[in-house]
Design a protein around this ligand. Structure first.
Ligand SMILES: Nc1ncnc2c1ncn2[C@@H]1O[C@H](COP(=O)(O)OP(=O)(O)O)[C@@H](O)[C@H]1O
Ligand SMILES: [Mg+2]
Length: 234
């Protein structure tokens, strides 16, 4: 069983099931990437693991502990950080205020963690007094990731962190995500830039219609002619 594991997940939003026996996992210090067509259920799988969705079947475990009964807030306390696909920063608040909001569950001081976030994303230190809404798309994504890091999570879940950014900014963000993984945090990420994401992935999951279609190392998926032709544009 993986450090973070959503196993045999079946469920949806109350109507027909979206996920069908879907299994996703990631180890400490590793990057797992979920790819697949639009509407495949990638975001739904992330929400299920974060507890935003009632599962009819399946289990979610973190570090061997069954967390399936916990609310999203309780999962944050248990060590999960989640950056949703949309509306992931408070645009009217400054960068620093966004990071402070991220620390809401901390009962100890969080200054040191904020310093770590500023070391990882130096531009955020420079712009700490600016409203997040005034930043570029790539910088806002850094705020969103930084905010999730403020709880000192054991696992970081990112839903399309590079959506809408240029290829250069995407490369920079992926480098930062590699840095975060190197600190021992498990990273589970949904990406529409499938090829580039699989290049940095220890493990990749191709989802289609809520089901696991291919599961392998990032390198093996990139080398698989069928995966390339069908999901990576040749
Ligand atoms: N809040 C919701 N309520 C009902 N259906 C939803 C909701 N969010 C997504 N869906 C449906 O679930 C399916 C999977 O969506 P999603 O997980 O967002 O796909 P992906 O992230 O892979 O593009 C789609 O058919 C979508 O219409
Ligand atoms: Mg999505």
């Amino acid at each position: 069983m993986s450090f973070l594991s959503g196993a045999h997940m079946t469920g949806g939003y109350g109507g027909a099931d979206i996920l069908h026996d879907c299994t996703i996992g990631v180890e400490k210090g590793e990057i797992a990437v979920i790819v697949g067509p639009n509407g495949a259920g990638k975001s739904t799988a992330m929400k299920a693991i974060f507890g935003m969705l009632g599962l009819r079947q399946g289990t979610v475990t973190l570090d061997g502990r069954d967390i399936g009964g916990l609310s999203p807030q309780e999962r944050v306390v248990a060590g999960m950080g989640f950056v949703p696909q949309t509306n992931n920063v408070f645009r009217a608040l400054t960068v620093e205020e966004n990071l402070e909001m991220g620390a809401y569950i901390r009962t100890d001081g969080y200054r040191e963690t904020m310093e770590q976030v500023f070391s990882l994303f130096p531009i955020l230190r420079e712009k700490r007094r600016q409203p997040a809404g005034e930043l570029s798309g790539g910088q806002r994504q850094q705020v969103a990731v930084g905010r999730a890091l403020m709880t000192k999570p054991k696992v970081l879940m990112l839903d399309e962190p590079t959506a809408g950014v240029s290829p250069i900014v995407m490369d920079e963000l992926f480098d930062k995500i590699l840095d975060v993984a190197a600190t021992g945090i498990a990273i589970l990420m949904v990406e529409q830039n499938a090829r580039q994401a699989l290049e940095i992935a220890d493990k990749g999951y191709v989802l289609v219609q809520g089901r696991n279609r291919y599961t392998d190392t990032g390198a093996a998926l990139l080398a698989d002619p069928e995966v390339r032709r069908t999901f990576l544009g040749g």
